[in-house]
Design a protein around this ligand. Structure first.
Ligand code: NDP
Length: 336
């Protein structure tokens, strides 16, 4: 790590930080200085296990320490208060998705970071995937003509170690829509370079989620350009494959095994000249996220996904939830 390494505090002794983000911060040249957990013993053990020098149960102590930025990865209900406190302390904020449970809260978070002059990012990893970046570029350079339809296959099996608050605790922001559909929303916006207008969705309680918590969803989104996108997200499908397709007037892009945290997957372009694989620059999605965030702190560019991007993905997810409840097509209103 260099002399100017960004010094990070990790808020939440979480799975995502352990499996991906602590390593990504280090690989991107940052330093993980401290971790905060609500439980002193777990925080201590987590710090030891992950080679982090300090742990604390106090947010103000973490924010008062010599750090530049925080990575917030607690359950979704806690993101808002922790972001506001970090902004107040002048720390840059990379926050997990969904930014909050209510859209107004996400707006408050973005506004607070702006007012404090700190960088805010949303950790939407999938726009950092080589597959999705290659698709975005192919579409932007006209390789499939006018995009007409997209199909997102993001039905997975939630592994036993994650079968906690996501499927049981409505207060924490549970359910497949706030967990997975938000990612689809961001990836669709990124790949298509388009904005959603309305959504129709139907949810399922397939036996994994507690009563009233959806563990599967299918839906359709209308975009500004007129393109339609279909999404299928679930926690309950053990044997499904993931994918992302865009079908245009002059060609189709078919990505497989791409809705994942791992830097894998392939993209085939099919058009009048046949079928060929796009060249993919596979790199760690989370390292790219942290790298862009740290560059933004240094005044170079923006985070891969900004706070506003986090508002936009949430707006689509919330509209999908409302549609499932009311049985109607619901306008996606971002308030931006
Ligand atoms: P975890 O379930 O691992 O952790 C959430 C909270 O639960 C922690 O803050 C922790 O509290 C508490 N906790 C963790 N382990 C235990 C335990 N063994 N016993 C008791 N409590 C425990 O969360 P995830 O890592 O799955 O998700 C965290 C956030 O990251 C969410 O907002 C989620 O949506 C997002 N996420 C994003 C991904 C992405 O790719 N962008 C992927 C996965 C998640 P404390 O901190 O107080 O110790």
């Amino acid at each position: 790590m260099g002399a100017n390494a960004v010094r990070w505090g990790v808020i939440g002794a979480t799975t995502i930080a352990k499996e991906w983000m602590i390593g990504a911060i280090r690989e991107a040249g940052g330093e993980v200085v401290s971790v905060m957990s609500s439980d002193a013993a777990r925080g201590k053990a987590y710090a030891k296990e992950n080679g982090i020098g300090k742990s604390t149960t106090s947010l103000s102590r973490l924010l008062g320490s010599d750090i530049d930025a925080v990575y917030i990865a607690t359950t979704n209900d806690k993101h808002k208060a922790q972001t506001l406190a970090a902004a107040k302390a002048g720390k840059h904020v990379l926050c997990e998705k969904p930014l909050a449970l209510k859209l107004a809260d996400a707006h408050t978070m973005v506004a607070a970071c702006k007012a404090a002059g700190v960088v805010m990012g949303t950790n939407h990893h999938l726009r950092n995937a080589g597959t999705h970046r290659a698709m975005r570029e192919a579409i932007a350079s006209g390789k499939i003509g006018k995009p007409l339809f997209a199909r997102v296959f993001h039905a997975v099996f939630l592994p036993p170690h994650l079968q906690g608050w996501r499927i049981k605790d409505a207060k924490s922001g549970s359910g497949v829509i706030m967990d997975i559909t938000v990612h689809d929303a961001d990836t669709l916006r990124f790949v298509l370079g388009d904005e959603p207008v309305s959504v129709t969705a139907m949810t399922q309680e397939g036996g994994m989620g507690a009563k009233g918590i959806e563990d599967g969803v299918m839906g359709t989104v209308r975009f500004r350009s007129g393109a339609l996108a279909q999404f299928h997200d679930a926690f309950t499908t053990r044997y499904a494959t993931t994918g992302f397709e865009v079908h245009g007037s002059d060609g189709s892009l078919i990505a497989t095994n791409c809705m994942t945290q791992r830097p894998v997957g392939e993209v085939v372009l099919r058009n009048a000249s046949g079928e060929h694989q796009l060249e993919i620059d596979h790199g760690n999605l989370y390292v790219r996220s942290v790298g862009a965030f740290q560059a933004a702190i240094a005044g170079k560019g923006q985070p891969a996904a900004t706070g506003e991007d986090g508002i936009r993905s949430m707006a689509l997810a919330l509209a999908a939830l409302k549609s499932a409840k009311t049985g109607r097509d619901v306008a996606v209103e971002t308030g931006l």
